[in-house]
Design a protein around this ligand. Structure first.
Ligand code: AMP
Length: 193
C-alpha cells in the first residue's frame, strides 16, 4: 500500500511522471485534472461546473474537488494505494485528504515535488498547447495558472516538508533523466517484496 502525491507547477511533467511512478509501484494514477477533463468531455453536471474554472486557469472550488476525490479514493482499485496527480492543491484540500486517509487508517508516504525553472515551463506549456490543444494552454491562462500555483499550492510544500515526507526532484532535464530520478525515490518507497 503506497500513497504518493506528485506535485509541482503547471508543465513540470506531473502527468508523465505520475504515470511512470504508478506503473513502477503497481498502483493507479488518480489525476484530478484528467477527471475534470473527462467530465467536461462527457458533458456531465460536474463537467459543466468545472469547465469555466479550467478555461480560466482557476482552481475548481474545494468542495466540488474534494467530493470528486472522496468518491474516487473509495473505489476498489484505490485500495492498494495510488499516485495522486494534481491533488491536493490547497490547504483545505490537504486537510480533507488527511481526513480521508485517517478514516482508512492510512498515512501519506511521500509528496514528490518536480522542480523546474519557470521560463522553461512557459516554453514547455506553449509547445504542449500546439500539440494537445488544451483550452487552458493559452499564454494568458498559463500565466494565471502559475500565479494560482504560487499563492495556493506552494504553501503545501512546507506542510509536507514539516512532516518529513517531501522529496524534491530536479525536473528540468529530459524525460528519461527525470524518470530515473523519480525512480530513485520510488525505490526508497517500494516495500520489499
Ligand atoms: P492539471 O491537468 O492538473 O494541470 O489541472 C487542470 C485544471 O484542472 C486546473 O488548472 C484546475 O482548473 C483544475 N484542477 C485540477 N486539479 C485541481 C485541484 N486539486 N483543485 C482545483 N482545481 C483543480
Amino acid at each position: 500500500m503506497t500513497t504518493v502525491l506528485l506535485m509541482g507547477p503547471p508543465g513540470a511533467g506531473k502527468g508523465t511522471h505520475a504515470g511512470h511512478l504508478a506503473g513502477h509501484l503497481g498502483v493507479p494514477v488518480i489525476s484530478t485534472g484528467d477527471l475534470f477533463r473527462s467530465n467536461v468531455a462527457r458533458g456531465t453536471e460536474l463537467g459543466r461546473t468545472a469547465q469555466r474554472y479550467l478555461d480560466a486557469g482557476e482552481y475548481v472550488p474545494d468542495e466540488v474537488t474534494n467530493d470528486m476525490v472522496r468518491d474516487r479514493l473509495a473505489q476498489d482499485d484505490a485500495r492498494s494505494g495510488w499516485v495522486l496527480d494534481g491533488y491536493p492543491r490547497t490547504l483545505e484540500q490537504a486537510a480533507v485528504l488527511d481526513e480521508i486517509l485517517r478514516g482508512q487508517g492510512r498515512a501519506l508516504d511521500a509528496a514528490l515535488v518536480l522542480l523546474v525553472d519557470s521560463e522553461v515551463l512557459v516554453d514547455r506549456l506553449l509547445r504542449r498547447a500546439e500539440i494537445e490543444h488544451r483550452s487552458d494552454d493559452t499564454e494568458e491562462v498559463i500565466r494565471r495558472r502559475f500565479e494560482v500555483y504560487h499563492t495556493q499550492t506552494a504553501p503545501l510544500l512546507n506542510l509536507y516538508a514539516g512532516r518529513g515526507i517531501h522529496y524534491e526532484v530536479d525536473a528540468s532535464a529530459d524525460i528519461d533523466t527525470v524518470r530515473g530520478r523519480v525512480w530513485q525515490v520510488a525505490v526508497e518507497l517500494k516495500p520489499a517484496a
